[in-house]
Design a protein around this ligand. Structure first.
Ligand SMILES: Nc1ncnc2c1ncn2[C@@H]1O[C@H](COP(=O)(O)OP(=O)(O)OP(=O)(O)O)[C@@H](O)[C@H]1O
Ligand SMILES: [Mg+2]
Length: 209
């Protein structure tokens, strides 16, 4: 039976318990706009001094120039528009704890582009939280990502609230309301349908009230 977590303090306590039990790499997944990035920030603010790092899957977005070469610009955000092997390799390095620091890229929302070396993951980070849409996808590359996680949570929220937040975020970063609504309906929601199929593989479902 899947465990359900319904408030932030319980989520943070569970993350600390994972560390206490010898775990280190926590995955958080769920459809676009569900609040994954927000949840990680909330958890990291509640680790009670446990040194922690945040590794966004979004940092492994391919650059627009690469998407143009591959003819994938129109489906930016779909699984094939990420460097999944690079993501898995970075997680492998983080798990191996051989290097004193592993630098990973982050997604810059103003530029809508990844930026290399944006996040430092020190070897002594006791908790590393990685979050993104496709952590539980049953596809080559993504399966390896899943296998590297000590635990994976799926964030669930009512679809109408999720869509409202997504549209608002696109508008906040410069799209018109019409552009935002079109992008969400065509692109984000197609990806959401795919991510929803991965929920059954999660160890924990997070459903905040
Ligand atoms: N529980 C919440 N209460 C209030 N605002 C929230 C909450 N969760 C998320 N938000 C807001 O909703 C928007 C979407 O959240 P967020 O960016 O964390 O989603 P995400 O799952 O990381 O999306 P993506 O898959 O596109 O990266 C953000 O503007 C965020 O601040
Ligand atoms: Mg996010």
């Amino acid at each position: 039976m899947t465990i359900v977590v319904e408030d932030l303090d319980s989520a943070a306590a569970r993350a600390r318990e994972l560390v206490g039990a010898g775990g280190r790499l926590l995955g958080i997944t769920g459809p676009p706009g569900v609040g994954k990035t927000w949840l990680v920030e909330q958890i990291l603010a509640r680790t009670n001094g446990v040194p922690a790092a945040h590794v966004p899957m979004d940092g492994f977005h391919l650059a627009d120039a690469t998407l143009d070469q591959l003819g994938l610009r129109e489906v930016k955000g779909a699984p094939e528009t990420f460097d999944v092997l690079g993501y898995a390799a970075a997680l492998r390095r983080i798990v191996a704890r051989e290097d004193p620091v592993v630098y990973v890229p982050a997604f810059e929302r103003d530029l809508e582009q990844p930026v290399a070396g944006a996040v430092a993951v020190p070897r002594d980070a006791s908790l590393v939280v990685t979050e993104g849409n496709y952590l539980l996808l049953d596809e080559p590359g993504w399966r390896e990502v899943h296998a590297l996680l000590d635990e994976c949570w799926y964030v669930d929220v009512a679809a109408d609230l999720r869509v409202r937040r997504l549209v608002a975020r696109h508008v906040a970063y410069g799209k018109s309301s019409a552009e935002a609504a079109e992008w969400v309906a065509r692109s984000d929601e197609a990806n959401a349908r795919l991510v929803e199929t991965t929920k059954t593989r999660a160890d924990v479902v997070v459903r905040l009230g």
